[in-house]
Design a protein around this ligand. Structure first.
Ligand SMILES: [Zn+2]
Length: 413
């Protein structure tokens, strides 16, 4: 196996203490920052991490000069809808004139308009859109990303979306987690229970058989899937070998969070309107709360109670929710700024939310999310004076070098 030495790292933020605490209540000390440090990679994995003065003597085949940059574990975006057709700028203008997201959804806009554009897009064009967006995410330091179906809403179109994601998994130099979200909305002209049955009897068995998705997701909320429908879908998904995550409590708490925890879901997402019972269920569980500050920002809505959740001992992560309707950004670093300014979380909590805790949201925390020997060599380097600068100077991209599975995939330094 070939070894690579990365030297001249001004600060390496390892997140080793965060990993030890399995993501609960991370502090500044838990970030495990090592000044003037080096990393030795062995093939796809990290072999050694530490300060330069303790570097073991060895002859390596390859050397990379980090030029005094700050090194983070590769960033992880645990909630996106990255594959879709079309865009919805008209709706954005309508919202600025006072129409609500729910009003627009009821009048046939919202998710259903993206469904139409995605249904009419070819598999090839969906793959092309996906490639471009993934390429951009990589330049920001993202090395792992979750993406969902859910703009197909027919057997054929949901499978088309999952096939597009499967193709991206094969060709792209980013770790991709695939989620089936057939239960994203109800298709026009179909009874809600009939569509739920279609998901359970046709879509999930086929997806399970062909191993076309890692996770199954359900949008449980007012105007979307109810508790009984969600339970049926989660049960069927589990039987078909899929892990679970849900969109819950975005508009109204319907008991989805408690239900997901009882199913041992890896993550519940959104949680703006989470109830006391929901917080209680989460804090006693291993389920991660994936919060999406970009959606609150873009819709001008309240933010999820991150402070309350973290203080209760819930593992909290932050993701972009990148989609064409309610969060049009792929800028994961910006989510840390929003988390700190709008959700009153600390620097350590914000940074853990896009690294270790995001890995845990995807069930990948054994392989990534912190910099330690034995984990995958997924690393992002930023040209900033120190790690605290990362969420402080927002909206600009300082990432200059990204290593994925031991190899540079972005190299601008
Ligand atoms: Zn979403």
């Amino acid at each position: 196996m070939s070894q690579t030495l990365i030297s001249n790292i001004s600060q390496m933020v390892t997140f080793q203490g965060v990993a030890k605490k399995r993501g609960r209540r991370p502090t500044l000390q838990d970030l495990g920052v090592i000044e003037n440090s080096c990393i030795i990679l062995n093939g796809e994995k990290i072999q050694w991490v530490g300060p330069k003065k303790k570097l073991p003597k060895l002859s390596v085949q390859k050397k990379i000069d980090a030029k005094g940059m700050v090194c983070f574990p590769g960033l992880i975006d645990a909630h996106t809808h990255l594959v879709f057709g079309g865009s919805r700028e008209d709706e954005f203008a309508m919202r600025a004139q006072g129409k609500s997201y729910l009003d627009i959804a009821k009048s046939g806009g919202g998710i259903l308009s993206t469904v139409q554009s995605t249904q009419s897009a070819s598999l090839k064009s969906l793959i092309q859109f996906g490639k471009k967006r993934l390429q951009y995410a990589r330049t920001l330091g993202v090395t792992a990303i979750e993406m969902k179906s859910g703009y197909g809403l027919t057997v054929k179109d949901e499978l088309k979306m999952l096939h597009a994601i499967a193709q991206l998994k094969k060709t792209e130099k980013t770790h991709i987690v695939s989620t089936f979200l057939g239960a994203h909305a109800f298709p026009k002209n179909m009874h809600q229970n009939a569509y739920t049955l279609l998901i359970c009897e046709k879509m999930l068995p086929e997806i399970g058989r062909k191993k076309l998705a890692d996770f199954c997701d359900v949008f449980i909320d007012s105007g979307f899937f109810n508790l009984a429908q969600t339970k049926k879908i989660l049960l069927t998904a589990q039987k078909n070998g899929l892990h679970l995550r849900i969109h819950s409590d975005e508009f109204k708490a319907l008991g989805g969070t408690e239900l997901a925890v009882s199913f041992k879901a890896k993550s519940v997402d959104h949680l703006i309107a989470i109830s006391k019972k929901g917080v209680l269920a989460l804090k006693n569980s291993d389920t991660v709360a994936t919060l999406l500050p970009g959606t609150s920002f873009f819709l001008g809505k309240p933010y999820a109670p991150a402070r309350k959740l973290i203080d209760a001992g819930v593992v909290v992560c932050f993701a972009t929710d990148f989609n064409p309707g309610s969060s049009t950004t792929q800028n994961l670093p910006f989510m840390t700024t929003l988390a700190m300014t709008q959700m009153k979380v600390t620097l350590a909590e914000a940074l853990s939310g896009i690294t270790y805790n995001a890995a845990k949201s995807l069930g990948l925390e054994q392989e990534m999310g912190s910099i330690e020997a034995g984990k995958l060599a997924n690393l992002a380097f930023f040209e900033i004076p120190n790690f605290k600068y990362f969420p402080y100077h927002y909206g600009e991209n300082f990432c200059k070098l990204v290593i994925w599975k031991g190899k540079p995939v972005v190299h601008l330094a």
